[in-house]
Design a protein around this ligand. Structure first.
Ligand code: AMP
Length: 283
């Protein structure tokens, strides 16, 4: 695996491969890689001749008081893991080159970023859309892959690509989970052993909601109450939101009439964790 840090070098390499008729696939990450990231690499491998994994903890998507400074980082381990998962190029740009002095341009996707995480993290999706647009301009990929764990992020990127006529195939990948169901996340590293045990409630609450819907429940409030009950707030567990919405517009729904996204964000200790599931009404 070749490491590229300079934007100019990455752009030159990308243009070079394009001229040779090679397809470029991109996996954008913030590093501290886990099996979820590696699955994305393996899944998109066949979509490209060259697989680029970017590792960049993007300051623009962190709000004041959030965890930018203490976000876990381990580049040595990341490069080893990315290499083993088939990455050809590790693109690891520097903050000062991505956002030099005088930087003032941002991408704002309006409607789909308003609810859910957009409510509690107002700068987040502006930062995400901006850095992904920049990565697309630098790497010039034909395809890029994003995890469904960050469902609203995936919807936002799809919207941006469509609205700004970016000729890039966006691939969504199902959430990769630990054996007990907890969605893999770099932020799980923040959990104490006791909080780690409590964190399993996130996925359990989603599964109980699915069971309820399979049994015929269609009322949103009944489903949300079940989820809140399983999450059981205590000193370590605090709900940010639990919501039902249309999976393409992310508009809130109150009845399960069609395929519906159940999304939640929960603070467990200092970690803010998100998870989601698609609920399909029983016939
Ligand atoms: P991050 O490094 O957390 O910004 O994530 C980089 C990419 O990996 C994003 O597209 C995430 O949605 C995806 N990702 C993170 N965790 C998982 C997971 N458990 N399963 C699938 N994709 C994931």
């Amino acid at each position: 695996m070749r490491i590229i840090e300079s934007i100019a070098e990455m752009q030159q390499a990308g243009e070079g491969w394009r001229c040779e008729g090679k397809k470029i696939a991109l996996v954008p990450t913030m590093g501290y890689l886990h099996e979820g990231h590696l699955e994305l690499m393996r899944a998109i491998r066949s979509h490209g001749d060259v697989l680029v994994t970017s590792i960049f903890v993007n300051p623009a998507q962190f709000g004041p008081g959030e965890d930018f400074e203490r976000y876990p980082r381990d580049l040595e381990r990341d490069t080893r893991m990315a290499n083993e998962a088939g990455t050809d190029i590790g693109f690891i740009p520097h903050v000062k080159e991505m956002y030099p002095e005088g930087y003032q341009t941002f991408v704002k996707v309006t409607e789909v970023t308003a609810p859910l995480c957009g409510r509690s993290r107002p700068a987040f999706f502006r930062g995400v859309a901006t850095v992904v647009a920049k990565l697309f301009n630098i790497v010039r990929p034909h395809a890029a892959i994003f995890g469904e764990k960050d469902f609203q992020q995936l919807v936002t990127i799809r919207r941006m690509v469509q609205d700004l006529n970016m000729n890039i195939e966006i691939i969504g990948h199902p959430t990769v989970r630990e054996a007990d169901g907890l969605a893999m996340s770099s932020r799980n590293a923040y959990l104490t052993p006791e909080q780690r045990r409590k964190a399993v409630r996130l996925n359990r609450s989603l599964r109980e909601a699915q069971t309820l819907v399979q049994k015929g429940e269609k009322t949103g409030e009944a489903i949300l109450n079940k989820v809140r009950e399983v999450l059981a707030e205590d000193d370590d567990v605090r709900i940010d939101y639990v919501q039902l919405c249309d999976p393409s517009t992310l508009q809130e729904v109150t009845r399960i009439a069609a395929s519906t996204l159940l999304a939640l964000a929960v603070h467990v200790g200092v970690a803010r964790l998100i998870d989601n599931a698609i609920l399909n009404p029983s016939a």
